[in-house]
Structures are given as structure tokens and as C-alpha cells.
Design a protein around this ligand. Structure first.
Ligand code: DGJ
Length: 728
């Protein structure tokens, strides 16, 4: 039983394999949060709650003994105007201008299976994997009802959350903020781990002490962004990869978001996560519903690696409906860094031929195949094949590539429009733009108003027409600029604050249509590299281009940060040229291959220029990737040495198959020093009592994990080593 309801005590307990989450309805019918942490059976934990007096903080009028301030008590879903003076989850304006919603417990329902949301993607459950708890709260005066949903994935130690508001009153209200979740922890000292960045340097790991200041971060970019990722952790002061308690939170959403973390006056900790609230507002008419995106959380009492495994498993098994989530991903060759816009059909065929020669499965034609798109200043929106440039129809090109034994994929950037395009000349009003002002540009492009149905219809029709014209088995869905000019000609003055969210709802609606019509097409997400690497996107596309920065040494940090929430199977990672296109660094082929193998593998350079030696290397690494691919994509991932730990001269990670029968270790030396000691690595995740073969030698799992493996002494620039480990 994963959900326990004690109706008499009004005590609600969610049990997963290793964790317990408890809530209780209090004296004045508010819903309190009691506990989230290591599993505890058969215990009402409400004795933990603060029951001292309220010193100069407000308390409910009924609390005659001055006990019961919502600022001091841990809340399940704190709301505005109730005397909770921390960051609230819900802020709304009633018809009469009052800014208050006082939610009291109404009823509870346990539902077999996992809830879903009407217009937003959510995790799903396979047979019997999850249960749902729905708690309904109501403000009797206004008729505002909020349903809190909890999806309990017992075996994964994962709980999903969402909130749905109904306006059952007689007047419209305006929502200013509605978070998907809030979590109060009664006591404890924590660090906040978040993942910040920029183009070419996404998801940097940063660990800060949680303080009494509110730490607020999020995205105002219109995409989840490379500036901050929605996934973040609260970890105990001494927590590391293998020990200590930690919480992870993430959001199934691809647009603006807001996360807050703070300590209360008495040392309680609070985090909230949900829709971005800058410029956001939503008018809710009587009888209407508003649903928050889904949040997902997990607790580990055994360090951060374990926490990552919980997320990796639930993402791989319960998020993306694409058949490719489970299927082997193709090794691909993409022409972008090889040619950019300067290609012909003939050149593409040459690259495809070389791709076949190195054992790849898929050739991808990137940007530049449509309209008048000879550079990045024009033609976005004109999704008509440029047959003149290709020298043939798309179908003819694809047939030739298929005849080589390769699948074919292609690039789209559906959400964009260039001023210099036929689409813009016909529909200038389809672009987001403030009236009477010139729109902000980025890469000389504007953003289409995806909140409009006719815009989505056009895109669906165009994408379908192209896909129906040839045997296309993969799409790279790019999105290359932040959204800034938040004004839709389709919305009235009072509703412009809804646009950021309506854009994302429109995007998901379009993705839903495309994925339903083309279930056999693999979609890889991309957003100026990895600026939209989130669970919303991963609901439709099982893999995302991790970064435009393909330098393997920079990628160590990017892929390390990404790995806290997202599995290897989600990370697009390719071998590119040396010197690297973005930072000019020279690295060995072997290291570029080793790093690219920690993702969905491919090539991003002009492979027609490979020397014979490089061809042989490419063949060798493609073959090796295919050998370890099932393990890396579906196994357990271990971070052994961090690129953010400046005392390390190396970065190491390891993947272990679920049955622990094989493992794959990668070490990259980032700073080679003279007269160095040998490199020692303690492995993880093996079966202690089993024997494993490593480079022809036999070791026990216990020896490899406790004593460690002795590697060589490394020389040269950025050397690396990959080691395949097999149980014997
Ligand atoms: C940005 C992407 O991140 C690149 O990989 C490439 O597809 C370009 N866009 C094409 O314009």
C-alpha cells in the first residue's frame, strides 16, 4: 500500500520503497506538511510540528491561545493573505481586489493509477506502478477550490505533484502565481544545488548554503533556458555522492519557471517550484479550471547518485511515450559543423557515404534545406524544400541515402519566423511583437505566436507535407532564441499575462499532434544547444542536443551537471572537429569519442575529410559504442570524479548494467602533470562478491570498489581511458 489515509486523524501518508511523505489537517482545517524523508512506518509524526506561541507573527483569528501561525507551521500549499509570510505557492486577486485565498481541507480521494493533466504533459504509470492521492481544499468565501495531486511511484521513490484550481465562485479571479509544489521541512541545515549556465556552457553545478534570504531562480527566456535548469537539489551539509540525505525537484515544463528556496525564521526550510510568475497572470472565469504543470520530487537517504538513479529510471520508464525511449538510438552523422549552410545535395551524399563507411545508422540534414535559407538571416517559416540547392527532390535525396543503408533525418525550427520570409510577408501578425515597437531580434529571427491555432495549423500542415514527401525517420526540433516580445494580437488587453503559458500549451499541442501522426519518427530536441533541456520536452522527444559546445573538456562539466537529473539516453553528444569550432582546443580523437559516448552518440564534423587513420578510429568507436550502448543508455550512471572539483586532475564516470554483469568506466585527465602518481579509481555499483575481468585480469567486485583500480600514468594533452568490465 503506497497511500495511507487515516480519516479520523486526517493524517495522510505516502509510502515509497525507501521514503515517507506525511501531511495532516490541522485544528483550523489547514493542510500541514509533516515530514518527507527516510521511510518510517506506522507513526503519526505530527509531534514534530511547532506548537509554541506566535511572537509577533499573525495567527488565525480562531487561534485564541495565539498558537497556529501559518508562518511558523509547515504548510503543504501556502497561500497569500493567510499570515504565511514566506514565499507562497498561490497568489491571486479576487474580483473585489482582495489578495487572499484561505484554503481549508474539504476531502480526499485515493485513485488507482496515475493522474494526468488535460493540456500538459505528465509522467505516466504502467500497470499498477503508481497510485494517486487527490486532496481537495476550498476557500468557502470565494468558492476557489484547489485540488492537490500526488502521483506515488512506490518502487522508484518518486512522487509527482500538480495543483488544479477551479473557480466555483460567481466572479472572475486573476491568478498571479500558482506553483506546482511547495515543500516545508521543519528543521535541518541544507545546501542548495542548482545548475546555471549560458549558451555553450549549460548546467554548471553550483552548491550554496541555504540561507534565510530567499534564493529565487528561474527562467524569463520563454524556454526553460541555459541560464537555469528547473531541476535542483536540497542536500544535507555533509551529503556527497554516496552518503547523506538529499531531495531533488524538477518540473515537467519547457517555458518560464520560478523556483525559490529559503529558511524561515525558526530555521524551517521551504522550496517552491512552478510557473514563472514575472509578467504572469491568468484570468479565471467562474466555472473554469487552471492546472499547474507537474512537478516531480524524490528523496534519497544515500547520497546524490542514488537520487539521480531515481530520476533516471522514472524518466526512462514513465515520461516519454515515444517507442524510441526503449529502442536503441541510431548513431548519427549531422552535417551542421561540417558545412553549416554551404552544402549541396551532392555534398550531403558524400557525407552520407562516409557515414555508412564508419558504421553510422542515420544521416541528418541540418539547417539550410528550405526556402531561401542560405544563411541565418532569412527564410524561417518557409518550410518548402529548396530543390535547387539539393539538386533534386527530398524524396530523391532520401531514397539515395536509404539505398546506402542509412536512415534519414532533418532539421526544423518550427517556432520561428524570419522577417525576410514569405511567411512573414503574408502574416506579419503571426510574430510575437509589441504594437508600434520594433521587435527584439536574436539571430535575426522572431518568434511565432504559438498560442494561435491558425499558426499551429500552418506548422502542422508544413511539417506533415515535408515528412509525407519522403522517408524521414528523425527530426531535430530546434528553437534558437529567447522569447521576449510577449504580446499576442489574439489576446485582449487584460489577458496578455497569459501569453507565456499559452505559448507553451500551444507548443505541447503541436508536439502532441506531430508525435501522434508520426509515432515512428525519433525527435531530438535542441535550443541553441541545450537551452530547453527539461522534462516537458523529454515527454515528446527522448533525446536533446546537450550543448552546441562540443569541446570534450567543456562538455565534461556540461554533461556532469546534466546527469544529476537526466539519463545518458537523453543527452545528444557527438564527436566534433579538433581544434574545436567553439573554443579552438586541440584534443585527441579518443577523448572526443570517450566523452561523446556518454550520450546518444554521433558525429558533427566533415567526416569526408577523415584520414584513413581517423576512419579506422571512427569505425572502432562506433563499434564500441554499439557494444556498450544498452548499458550506458539503460544502466546506472555513477559520477566518480567531478569536473567542478578543482583539486581533481581528472574526471571519471562509470556505467553499470542493471544486472551488474558489465560496466564501463571512463577517465579523462584534464591536467597532466610530470612525475605523477598512478591514477587510482574506486568503482561503484558492482556486486562485491562477484569477479570481474578488467583488461584480462580478474578482480573481485569488492576489490574494485573498495581498494580501487590502478590505471596508468597519463601523458599528452587531455588523454583518456575507457575500460570495459565484465563479470566472469
Ligand atoms: C543551433 C543548433 O544548436 C545547432 O546544432 C544547429 O542545428 C543550428 N542551430 C542550425 O541553425
Amino acid at each position: 500500500m503506497t497511500i495511507l489515509v487515516d480519516k479520523k486523524k486526517k493524517l495522510f501518508t505516502l509510502q515509497t520503497k525507501n521514503t515517507t511523505y506525511q501531511m495532516k489537517v490541522g485544528k483550523f482545517d489547514h493542510l500541514y506538511h509533516i515530514y518527507y524523508g527516510k521511510r518510517i512506518d506506522h507513526q503519526d509524526l505530527s509531534y514534530l510540528m511547532y506548537n509554541g506561541p506566535s511572537h509577533y507573527v499573525p495567527y488565525p483569528h480562531e487561534a485564541k491561545n495565539r498558537v497556529g501561525s501559518l508562518t511558523l507551521l509547515s504548510q503543504e500549499y501556502p497561500t497569500v493573505g493567510t499570515g504565511d509570510l514566506g514565499s507562497v505557492a498561490l497568489d491571486l486577486e479576487n474580483y473585489d481586489g482582495t489578495r487572499v485565498v484561505d484554503l481549508k481541507y474539504k476531502n480526499i480521494e485515493v485513485i488507482n493509477g496515475k493522474y494526468s493533466l488535460e493540456k500538459l504533459p505528465t509522467f505516466y504509470a504502467n500497470n499498477g506502478e503508481a497510485q494517486t492521492l487527490k486532496i481537495t481544499l476550498v476557500d468557502d468565501l470565494t468558492g476557489i477550490e484547489v485540488e492537490l495531486f500526488y502521483g506515488v511511484f512506490g518502487n522508484n521513490d518518486v512522487i509527482t505533484r500538480a495543483a488544479r484550481m477551479s473557480n466555483l465562485g460567481k466572479k472572475p479571479i486573476k491568478i498571479h502565481k500558482m506553483q506546482s509544489m511547495s515543500l516545508d521541512l521543519i528543521f535541518g541545515q541544507y545546501d542548495l544545488v542548482h545548475f546555471h549556465g549560458r549558451w555553450g556552457a549549460e548546467r554548471n553545478y553550483e552548491r550554496l548554503p541555504l540561507s534565510h534570504n530567499v534564493t529565487s531562480f528561474g527562467s524569463n527566456y520563454g524556454v526553460s533556458s541555459s541560464k537555469e535548469n528547473p531541476g535542483f537539489l536540497l542536500v544535507g551539509k555533509n551529503t556527497n555522492e554516496t552518503d547523506g540525505y538529499c531531495y531533488g525537484f524538477n518540473l515537467v515544463y519547457s517555458g518560464n519557471f520560478r523556483a525559490t528556496a529559503e529558511q524561515g525564521a525558526l530555521g524551517q526550510s521551504r522550496v517552491t517550484l512552478g510557473l514563472g510568475d514575472d509578467q504572469f497572470s491568468w484570468k479565471l472565469e467562474p466555472g473554469e479550471l487552471f492546472e499547474s504543470p507537474e512537478a516531480v520530487m524524490s528523496f534519497s537517504g544515500y547520497g546524490m547518485t542514488n537520487l539521480s538513479h531515481n530520476f533516471h529510471d522514472v524518466i526512462r520508464n514513465n515520461l516519454c511515450r515515444s517507442k524510441y525511449e526503449k529502442a536503441r538510438r541510431p548513431v548519427l552523422v549531422n552535417n551542421w559543423e561540417a558545412t553549416e549552410f554551404d552544402f549541396t545535395g551532392k555534398k550531403l551524399l558524400q557525407i552520407a557515404k562516409a557515414a555508412k563507411g564508419i558504421g553510422a545508422d542515420l544521416f541528418v540534414m541540418d539547417d539550410g534545406w528550405f526556402g531561401n535559407r542560405y544563411d541565418d538571416n532569412r527564410a524561417l517559416g518557409d518550410w518548402f524544400v529548396n530543390e535547387k540547392k539539393l539538386g533534386c527532390s527530398l524524396n530523391e535525396l532520401v531514397k539515395k541515402i536509404n539505398a546506402m543503408g542509412l536512415d534519414f533525418g532533418m532539421w526544423f525550427e518550427p517556432e520561428m519566423i524570419s522577417e525576410d520570409s514569405e511567411l512573414y510577408r503574408h502574416h506579419p501578425d503571426w510574430a510575437l511583437n509589441f504594437p508600434q515597437r520594433k521587435a527584439l531580434l536574436d539571430r535575426n529571427q522572431l518568434v511565432l505566436d504559438l498560442s494561435r491555432e491558425e499558426v499551429r495549423d500552418y506548422l502542422f500542415e508544413r511539417i506533415s507535407a515535408v515528412l509525407d514527401s519522403a522517408n524521414v525517420s528523425y527530426i531535430k526540433w530546434d528553437m534558437n532564441r529567447p522569447i521576449t516580445d510577449w504580446y499576442s494580437k489574439n489576446l485582449t488587453k487584460g489577458r496578455q499575462g497569459e501569453l507565456q503559458h499559452r505559448y507553451i500549451l500551444g507548443l505541447y499541442e503541436l508536439f502532441g499532434r506531430v508525435t501522434r501522426k508520426y509515432p515512428d519518427v525519433l525527435i531530438e530536441g535542441c535550443s541553441a544547444g541545450g537551452a530547453r533541456f527539461d522534462l516537458g520536452m523529454l515527454s515528446y522527444e527522448p533525446q536533446i542536443w546537450t550543448s552546441d559546445n562540443t569541446d570534450p573538456i567543456n562538455r565534461l562539466g556540461i554533461q556532469y551537471g546534466t546527469s544529476f537529473f537526466y539519463p545518458v539516453s537523453a543527452m545528444g553528444s557527438h564527436i566534433s572537429d579538433s581544434p574545436n569550432q567553439q573554443n579552438g582546443r586541440v584534443t585527441p580523437f579518443s577523448t572526443r569519442a570517450a566523452v561523446a559516448m556518454c550520450g546518444t552518440f554521433g558525429y558533427e564534423l566533415d567526416i569526408t575529410k577523415f584520414s584513413d587513420e581517423q576512419k579506422e578510429q571512427a569505425k572502432k568507436y562506433t563499434k564500441l559504442y554499439k557494444k556498450v550502448q544498452d548499458m550506458t543508455c539503460n544502466g546506472d550512471y555513477y559520477r566518480l570524479a567531478s569536473p567542478f572539483d578543482r583539486s581533481n586532475d581528472l574526471v571519471a564516470w562509470q556505467v553499470v548494467s542493471k544486472d551488474k554483469s558489465e560496466s564501463f568506466l571512463t577517465v579523462v585527465v584534464t591536467n597532466v602533470v610530470a612525475n605523477a602518481s598512478f591514477v587510482y579509481v574506486q568503482l561503484r555499483g558492482l556486486e562485491a562478491s562477484d569477479n570481474y575481468e578488467v583488461n584480462g585480469e580478474i578482480y573481485s567486485g569488492a576489490a574494485l570498489m573498495n581498494a580501487g583500480l590502478k590505471l596508468g600514468r597519463f601523458k599528452g594533452d587531455y588523454p583518456s581511458q575507457q575500460i570495459y568490465i565484465k563479470e566472469v
